[in-house]
Design a protein around this ligand. Structure first.
Ligand code: PRX
Length: 656
């Protein structure tokens, strides 16, 4: 394991503090904003009462709840005894009040095909899909795994599960067969919904063969439903596999939403922690929906005629909360795009904004930096004047990218909301409110109303303005995870043991002289690559799983586009010779075991790894080597020659 975690003190901190400009909200925007300044005080005066009121206003209940919050640290129950249905709240109730013809999603396939789904379409399609699941024996509480590209059947499948109270676990389509089977096995899913594949950069990316391979290792799966995206046919296993169009299309269009308890499991979403085993983050129904819907309304200032585009993949939590549940609960019109931002050219996103008159855009800093690199001329060739709010998520946004986003994409007039949250938090917790908060480029600013976010030192004491330390949350919130599936001990250990009574997020943070919070990246063994969390330990396990590898250590290296890049140090077994071919093989091996997102960008063969006398790998030194900076304290190193041997080699690490 690593040295004692410390907030990173890399050059990015100096950058942050070089930025002194502030941006107050535009008065006209502020006057019409959904969330007004008074909301902070209202929530601070009685946060439980605040959420109670929100829950009564925003959720349609089949049975009203009693107690608002039952808090037995670290286990929360929100809206105790209430009954609701998430699909009803996201779809049916809007149709009932006359919004059946409102567009829920403008879907755009990468090759240029499009589909428009109204709220009525979503109701009908999710009902048919739910009836198909019922036909296959799925009942309330049974888990369903979903492994799909960004096609309309993905949110439809999620809503179908929610309609019958079957928790889903969506596995990002970029994960490997092995990653898929381990998640299915952890939760014991009965049915897998997948597709033949999806389009990415002009190529067909197949999923069905991964799904087949996964299911050979996942005995709980009884059936697979397969969407036909390509129309080329696929190998179907008789009795087990069913085409979506065959089983779903013939179902009844009516499937009454099943009432579930407020605390009924809505979904599991697996995320990386500091060990090789991903954690099944458990989200329940009412609190999660409220957290997603309230923040979507307040942070993005959603109005009935907005066209909102969250450019994440639904396979990550951002897509769950801010493509599916939050926006649909608010009856929003959304854009959903299947493919890559540069397919066929870097104009693609801006063409979409122009054509659909997108008014709110939410994406990751990695994407913004990638666009910056292509130059201003590309976005400037398009009419982006429909944009009125821009959001950022997933990693710290550097001030240059923040300003570029505001000036070049937002024409200098749009507020930028830098939103901090996690798979575990379910909802945005730290962010400006666009009509209230004076922003500073690079700062996520303050905890949202009802949220008590703080920065504490190693002893858990709140740091004064100007201080740095660890980000914690001092109160429960409705969208919070309810646990790690099947592992309450790990839940307590991971989040609630570092600072007693507080939720520890694993992020370093600073609070500046004005009290603004600046996120500084992970302080544990988790990397943030293009806004995706990847555990160093998981990549190391994948490497040592290869027959030539004796030992591996993985660190995150700062990267101008993706935030961090994966840097692997590999020691081979005796008799194995380092070679370029082997480096390629090892990278492919990691991609095979975890998925292409985890393929190391840098891979360096090292005769030995720097260790303490007690045999602990000194990652801190490896990080220094990876960054090419002067070594920190190396006095506890057992053999100083090891570091010299590695350093003399670093130029050869980068992938061609
Ligand atoms: O390190 C923080 C970073 O992403 C982590 C959570 O990753 P994940 O669960 O995959 O969820 C990402 C999307 C919500 C956090 O612990 N992070 C997320 N948003 C920000 C951020 N870091 C800095 N600024 C942000 N706005």
């Amino acid at each position: 394991m690593s040295d004692e975690p410390q907030p990173h003190s890399g050059p990015e901190i100096e950058n942050l503090f070089a930025e002194t400009r502030t941006f107050p909200p535009d008065p006209a925007f502020a006057a019409a904003a959904n969330a007004q300044a008074g909301i902070y005080d209202e929530a601070a005066a009685d946060y439980v009462g605040f959420w109670e009121k929100q829950a009564k206003e925003r959720i349609s209940w089949f049975t009203p709840f009693g107690e608002t919050l039952k808090w037995e640290l670290p286990f929360a129950e929100w809206f105790v005894g209430g009954e609701l249905n998430i699909a009803y709240n996201c779809v049916d109730r809007h149709v009932e009040r006359g919004l059946g013809d409102k567009v829920a999603y403008h879907w755009i396939g990468e090759p240029g095909d499009t589909r428009t789904l109204t709220y009525r379409d979503l109701m009908v399609e999710s009902s048919k899909a739910a009836n198909a699941l019922l036909e296959l024996g799925v009942r309330k509480g049974d888990r369903v795994a979903i492994y799909m590209p960004m096609i309309p059947e993905l949110p439809i499948a999620m809503l179908a599960c929610a309609r019958i109270g079957a928790p889903h676990t969506v596995v990002f389509g970029g994960f490997s067969a092995e990653a898929l089977s381990s998640r299915i096995n952890d939760c014991g899913a009965k049915v897998l919904i997948t597709a033949d594949g999806g389009w990415r950069r002009g190529k067909k990316v197949g999923l069905k063969h991964h799904a087949d391979e996964a299911v050979t290792q996942a005995p709980t799966i009884e059936h697979m439903i397969v969407v036909d995206r390509f129309g080329d046919g696929a190998h179907m296993v008789p009795h087990r596999d069913l085409w979506w169009h065959e089983i779903v299309d013939r179902q009844s269009e009516v499937c009454p939403p099943v009432p579930v308890d407020s605390e009924h499991m809505l979904y599991l979403l697996y995320t990386s922690g500091t060990t090789a085993k991903p954690k099944g983050i458990l989200h329940t129904s009412a609190g999660y929906l409220l957290g997603a819907a309230f923040t979507h309304w307040a942070v993005f200032d959603i109005k009935p005629d907005d066209v909102y585009w969250c450019a994440a993949d639904i396979g990550w939590v951002t897509g769950h909360s801010y493509i599916v549940y939050g926006p649909l609960a608010n009856a929003t019109t959304g854009v959903m795009y299947e493919g890559a931002p540069d397919a066929p050219t870097w104009d693609r996103w801006w063409e979409i904004v122009e054509e659909y008159k997108v008014s709110i855009l939410y994406c990751a800093p990695t994407a913004i930096r990638a666009f910056m690199k292509q130059g201003e001329a590309i976005p400037e060739a398009h009419d982006l004047s429909s944009l009125r709010v821009l959001g950022s998520v997933g990693e710290p946004i550097n001030p240059e990218a923040w300003r570029w986003y505001k000036d070049v994409i937002g024409g200098g007039k749009t507020p930028v909301v830098d939103t901090w949250w996690q798979t575990e938090t379910g909802q945005i917790l730290i962010s400006p409110l666009p009509g209230v908060t004076t922003t500073k480029p690079g700062s996520a600013t303050f905890g949202l109303p009802g949220i008590d976010a703080d920065v504490v030192d190693a002893d858990g004491t709140s740091v004064p303005n100007g201080g740095g330390g660890y980000l914690v949350l001092k109160r429960p919130w409705p969208g919070m995870l309810r646990g790690i599936y099947g592992d309450p001990e790990r839940y307590k250990q991971t989040y609630w043991s570092r600072f007693p009574g507080m939720y520890f997020a694993g992020d370093g943070a600073k609070r500046d002289e004005d009290g603004y919070i600046w996120l500084l990246g992970r302080v544990d063994d988790v990397m943030n690559v293009a806004g995706h969390r990847i555990s160093t330990t998981e990549v190391e396990s994948a490497l040592v799983d290869h027959k030539s590898v004796a030992e591996a250590a993985v660190v995150g290296k700062n990267d101008p586009i993706s935030g961090q890049a994966i840097f692997a140090f590999v020691t081979l077994k005796s008799g194995q010779e380092p070679s370029d071919a082997l480096a390629v093989q090892l990278r492919e091996h990691v991609a095979y075991v975890i998925g292409p997102i985890a393929r190391p960008k840098f891979l360096l063969f090292a005769p030995d790894l720097p260790k303490t006398r007690s045999g602990k790998i000194m990652r801190r030194l490896l990080r220094d080597i990876a960054e090419g900076r002067a070594l920190g304290d190396a006095s506890t190193l057992a053999d100083a020659n090891v570091v010299d041997a590695i350093r003399s080699n670093t130029g050869k690490a980068e992938e061609d």
